[in-house]
Design a protein around this ligand. Structure first.
Ligand SMILES: Cc1ncc(COP(=O)(O)O)c(C=O)c1O
Length: 495
């Protein structure tokens, strides 16, 4: 890395200069650099509007970058040891769509874990790729899917030698990583391209006490949500590319399909500053995160009814190679409460917002913006909740849910385009879904288009709805779209 050059922020500097030049704007956006005042301007301040420029002379074009955006993305690539970096204004969601469309053709196979984000399923629909699912390690007690073992990937690659690419999550929402370096080596031996969802791992590159990042592991393409853990504004993400095995031009072509032609330069400029901060202060900031998280974990593990995941969790599970300790995963069902209940109590009684709840746990994310006083408040609140609710003889048992994955009957694209009918969830048993039923957070599907709706899917759907989980789908709550078998012409070439 050229460390001297990393001090530069070409795009941010160009925007600052543009604003300082006080131009008379006859371009869009219509608020004209904050000349128009409204309630929102009063709330966020005029500078947000001044810097919200479109594409004036000197600011470059995101989709054909040759000036300051190109310089900024090159600096980003250098910071992550990638050959290319592409800035994304529609989150890692658009990065995942781009990488799959940019690498896999219709009917080509891609090997991927079943616990993927919604964007991956959408990319399968848009691309027409054929998914080959590989089983992640499931922790039935915690009710979460973890990483995938090397053996499972290798077995699936050997059974599908014609697969074009494999897809890996690094890390999962809960901080678990697979042995990505070995998986990459095995995939490359078989001439397969490695695509990585690093939505929750934009910080991994900057501290040696963290699991390996995608680029450090030799992956070909990865999308990272700089906004989640890297300090940039929400929706700003980056696609990183190593050129050896992928066609960069094809990826660029796909890229233009998934982003607005009016990209927010606030988001883009925030990437510039976030990258610089990480390069120069990331190690120290992340050391501090690790220390805060470790101390919190120690205290919570000594609190009745609470238990936190730590690196030792990885010794017991084949699909857990390592753990990102900045993810504070707290098992709370020992209190006799579900994760959903604790999530609400924290917000309503203690003014604390954690990232998500699952049936048996909550997830708090410690990141470079977290203060020690925030962690102290969280620990104190959880201890108080334990004091209020924990009774040795009053253990409400939260049921252990089985998280198997339904069988795939046809390609997601075929199911998406097939004629459908809308039925009640309990009447859908045994039918093929034409939509995804996603549990939020973390946005992982119970069923995807083309999959069989099993009893387990119906049970999980009803459990999540009753217990405060949010199900996102195309249909009204309680309903699902399934293939209308009477009018369905099962013909692969049709779609
Ligand atoms: C595992 C995973 N992948 C991808 C995404 C999409 O990232 P983004 O919100 O940056 O679009 C998310 C979002 O939460 C996620 O959890």
């Amino acid at each position: 890395m050229d460390i001297k050059r990393q001090e530069q922020t070409p795009l941010l500097t160009a925007i600052k200069n543009y604003v300082a030049s006080n131009p008379i704007p006859f371009d869009v956006p219509g608020h004209k650099m904050g000349r128009l005042h409204n309630e929102f301007t009063d709330f966020v301040g005029e500078m947000v509007f001044k810097a919200d420029v479109n594409a004036p002379l000197g600011i470059d074009n995101l989709y054909k970058a040759t000036g300051v955006i190109k310089q900024s993305s090159d600096l980003f690539a250098d910071a992550y040891d990638a050959d290319e970096a592409i800035f994304l204004i529609n989150g890692t969601t658009s990065g995942i769509m781009t990488m799959i469309m940019g690498v896999v053709n219709a009917k080509e196979k891609i090997i991927l874990p079943r616990n993927v984000h919604k964007s991956v399923i959408n990319a399968l629909i848009v691309s027409g790729a054929y998914p080959i699912f590989v089983q992640p390690d499931i922790d039935e007690e915690l009710g979460i899917a973890n990483g995938v073992s090397v053996d499972n990937y290798v077995k699936t690659m050997d059974e599908n030698p014609d697969a074009k690419a494999i897809f890996v999550i690094n890390p999962t929402y809960f901080g678990i990583v697979s042995d990505l370096r070995t998986i990459v080596k095995e995939a490359h031996k078989r001439d397969m391209i490695v695509l990585v969802d690093e939505a929750h791992g934009s910080h991994l590159q900057f501290n040696d006490n963290m699991p390996y990042s995608a680029m450090e592991s030799g992956a070909d393409v990865c999308a990272l949500s700089m906004h989640k853990t890297g300090g940039s504004l929400t929706q700003s993400s980056v696609l990183l590319i190593k050129n050896d095995r992928v066609d960069y031009k094809r990826i660029l072509r796909a890229y233009t399909m998934f982003g607005s032609t009016s990209p927010s330069h606030l988001l883009l400029a925030s990437l510039d500053a976030a990258r610089k901060k990480m390069v120069f202060e990331g190690k120290a900031l992340l050391d501090n995160c690790l220390e805060m998280a470790r101390k919190a974990r120690e205290e919570l593990n000594n609190t009745p009814g609470l238990e936190c995941l730590d690196r030792t969790y990885c010794n017991q599970k084949s699909g857990c190679y390592d753990f990102d300790e900045t993810k504070l995963v707290v098992k709370v069902n020992g209190l006799g409460l579900s994760g959903f209940e604790v999530y609400k109590i924290l917000r309503l009684d203690y003014n604390i917002q954690v990232e998500l709840a699952e049936v048996n746990l909550i997830l708090a994310i410690v990141s470079i913006g977290t203060l020690q006083s925030d962690v102290d408040a969280l620990v104190a609140a959880l201890k108080d909740i334990s004091r209020r609710f924990y009774r040795e003889d009053n253990q409400k048992q939260v049921p252990v849910l089985k998280h198997g994955f339904p069988a795939i009957m046809i390609r997601p694209r075929e199911a998406y385009h097939a004629p459908y009918k809308t039925v009640k969830i309990e009447e859908a048993l045994g039918q093929i879904s034409t939509e995804s039923l996603m549990v939020y957070p973390p946005g992982i599907p119970l069923v995807i288009p083309g999959e069989y709706i099993s009893q387990e899917v119906v049970d999980l759907y009803q459990y999540y709805v009753t217990n405060g989980g949010v199900i996102m789908s195309d249909s009204l709550p309680g309903f699902v779209k399934v293939i209308d078998q009477e009018n369905w012409k099962e013909d692969e070439d049709y779609y």
